[in-house]
Ligand binder design. Structure first.
Ligand code: HEC
Length: 114
């Protein structure tokens, strides 16, 4: 009985010492763990055109303001299909009359002039 108590005490002491040793490890300084990443800031002013505010209200919830200018030049019909796709496939909540206004904006600004 006494022997097993001694073993238990020795074990507890070992655990205690181990814990102290762990706490004494020097903590990493901020300089060692801090990495500075330089990112390019991209100008995100929307292209100006008719119904710009309708476009901003409906499309930039999912895309950047300049997403349109990254697309190939599309016809009015294709832009119409694109907006319909956003509604039907991706669930964009765009009322029909606003969709037509957005298509006008898209056609006006999507000229490949940045
Ligand atoms: C609910 C989120 C959502 C909204 C709102 C939204 N889109 Fe999209 N759009 C998407 C997703 C998702 C994709 C597919 C992205 C991919 O494939 O990487 C996409 C892709 C596109 C593409 C690339 C061509 C394609 O068909 O994949 C265009 C152009 C586009 N959207 C235009 C628009 C325009 C214009 C509006 C506003 C009328 C709009 N989106 C609103 C989610 C959205």
């Amino acid at each position: 009985m006494i022997r097993s108590m001694k073993i238990m005490c020795a074990f507890a002491l070992m655990l205690f010492i181990e814990q102290i040793a762990a706490e004494e490890k020097p903590a990493k300084t901020i300089d060692e763990s801090l990495h500075i990443l330089e990112l390019t800031v991209v100008e995100q002013k929307p292209l100006s055109g008719p119904n710009q505010e309708v476009y901003l209200a409906n499309c930039v919830t999912c895309h950047t303001t300049r997403y349109v200018s990254m697309q190939p030049v599309l016809s009015e019909k294709k832009w119409g299909d694109e907006v319909t796709k956003m509604v039907k496939v991706f669930g964009a909540p765009i009322p029909e009359e606003q969709a037509a206004q957005i298509v006008k904006y898209l056609v006006a600004v999507n000229t490949n002039k940045k």
